[in-house]
Design a protein around this ligand. Structure first.
Ligand code: NAD
Length: 497
């Protein structure tokens, strides 16, 4: 059995812990590896190495740090097929989708290549007479990241390229369900010239997470995962005096207006609800049919959901792969049962889906509910599977209220041909990322990614300009070089005369 170790101080690290987790290939249901689960001591060891590396890495000119990122970008491109296959083998998503997610991570590396420009700071000559003032942003120290299973390349790359380019060192704890991609990325960064100890990977579960939270040398924490854990991370990192950004779960709505191009909306919804088997934090799990469009929308959707090609991620014909684990498959099926019991109309039922030759894989067909109402659990809770709920709304205002009253606020979109509806919606929606005729409005690397309400705890979004702010602290220097007569002591607040 292949064992996945940690990666600390530039090399494989086995650690003291004897605990291991199991990693599966979701397409076949077979165990592919065991992964080490770090002890507190293993985590502290990684942090100690990161702390030591910070002394020299933080003093490297930003241009030199950028050059490592340029080289890293080349290596990711060169190794993209291998990285993509690793994602498919442990996550299950289809090859082209996995490759796309790798590219979205790569784009953050490309953004990080411009770090010398972003760290330039601001200068004012003569803030007072012969007094100058300037502001700079300095790295924080050892930063940590905890990431979810659903984007094993992209989400870690929202974090560590930005943190490292800003001059910090990093300890990443990826999801124990699909840990291999992070190890490969760390090896490539080493090959790109990153000094040992700047990026460290510890594999593990709650014990490793709690060790990172308690370690005083970890000064900032980035988290992406479900809302209960995001809240736990936010509260406990604050208690331990750390800077924290904790991104949580979602229930993204797609508002379908009666005036929209319906074919465009249906195609958009298909990709957004069933792509990656619905295991995306920006997946659309609720379609709000406004006015008279509901019956037509459901009829078109149902035909496409029934025709969805579900199969192993490496099969070029597959549009949707399996779910990540057996437990997750059971949870998603349970939600479909709950929806039926709650009285929603199950228009397409994917629960009994099976593929010959892959009977042990974690497959479910696409599921479509109609007449879902806002008091149902399938509407309120995140299912994180290929289950789309259609809710009927009388008009635009009712649709907007549904969006704004929901506890989550990650992404939302509206399909309409009416500029006024689109503009009003984007202005009034209490949601972090809004799409107008765009089904999955994920911001590019040079903008920033983050939700509102219970989809993000903390102040700053990920990557882009917010990423630079999160991974640096501001210092403002005021200086004068008086010559000749010395001034007398002043006992009042200095002000501009
Ligand atoms: P999860 O919350 O179960 O796990 C995330 C990370 O937290 C993992 O590294 C895991 O090991 C760790 N963890 C799990 N339980 C813990 C505990 N009790 N104490 C401490 N650490 C713990 O999430 P997941 O199932 O891996 O990922 C799916 C979730 O992530 C969904 O809710 C999805 O919406 C969310 N997500 C959000 C975004 C976003 O940008 N908002 C992006 C991707 C995924």
């Amino acid at each position: 059995m292949n064992t996945i170790h940690h990666f600390v101080n530039g090399k494989k690290f086995s650690g003291d812990s004897k605990r291991v987790g199991k990693v599966f290939n979701p397409a076949t249901g077979e165990q592919s590896a065991e992964v080490k689960l770090a002890s507190t001591q293993d985590v502290n060891n990684a942090v100690d190495n990161a702390k030591k590396a910070f002394e020299t890495w933080s003093n490297k000119p930003p241009l030199q740090r950028a050059r490592v990122m340029f080289k890293f970008k080349e290596l990711i491109e060169k190794n993209s097929d291998e990285l993509t296959k690793i994602i498919v083998s442990e996550h299950g998503k289809v090859y082209e989708d996995a490759k796309g997610s790798l590219t979205r991570g790569l784009e953050v590396v490309e953004y990080a290549c411009g770090i010398p420009q972003m760290l330039k700071g601001e200068f004012t000559e003569n803030v007072g007479s012969n007094v100058d003032s300037w502001s700079i942003r300095q790295p924080l120290g050892v930063c940590a990241g905890i990431t979810p299973f659903n984007f094993p390349a992209m989400v870690p790359m929202w974090m560590f390229p930005m943190a490292i380019a800003c001059g910090n060192t990093f300890v990443l704890k990826p999801s124990e369900k699909d840990p291999s991609c992070s190890i490969k990325l760390a090896e490539l960064l080493k090959e790109a010239g990153l000094p040992d100890g700047v990026l460290n990977i510890v594999n593990g579960d709650k014990e490793a997470v709690d060790a990172l939270i308690k370690n005083k040398d970890v000064v900032a924490m980035s988290f992406v995962g479900s809302t209960p854990i995001a809240k736990y991370i936010y509260e406990n990192c604050a208690k331990n005096e750390k800077r924290v950004q904790a991104l949580g779960g979602a229930k993204n709505h797609c508002v379908v207006m009666p005036d929209c191009d319906l074919e465009q909306a249906v195609n958009g919804l298909m990709g957004a609800a069933y792509g990656s088997a619905g295991e995306r934090c920006m997946a659309q799990s609720v379609a709000v049919a406004v006015g008279s469009i509901g019956d037509q929308l459901v009829s078109l959707l149902s035909k496409k959901v029934e025709a969805l090609k579900v199969g192993p991620g490496m099969d070029k014909q597959s549009e949707m792969g399996p779910l990540v684990t057996k437990e997750h498959l059971a949870k998603v099926k349970d939600y479909v049962d709950i929806g039926v019991k709650e009285g929603a109309k199950l228009v397409v039922d994917g629960r009994n889906f099976k593929i010959q030759g892959y009977e042990k894989g974690y497959y479910i067909g696409g599921c479509l509910f109609d007449h879902v109402s806002k008091n149902m659990r399938i509407y309120k809770e995140e299912i994180f599977g290929p289950v789309l709920s259609v809710v009927r709304a009388k008009n635009f205002d009712e649709a907007l209220s549904l969006v704004n009253d929901h506890e989550f606020g990650n992404g939302v979109s509206i399909f309409t041909r009416d500029g006024d509806s689109g503009r009003t919606f984007s202005s009034k929606a209490k949601i972090g990322m809004v799409g107008i005729n765009i089904p999955i409005p994920v911001p590019m690397a040079f903008h920033s990614f983050g939700g509102w309400k219970r989809s993000l705890f903390g102040d700053q979004h990920m990557h882009g300009p917010e990423g630079v702010r999160f991974y640096t602290k501001l210092k403002t220097i005021t200086s004068r070089w008086p010559s000749g007569s010395r001034t007398d002591p002043e006992f009042v607040m200095p002000t501009m005369k």
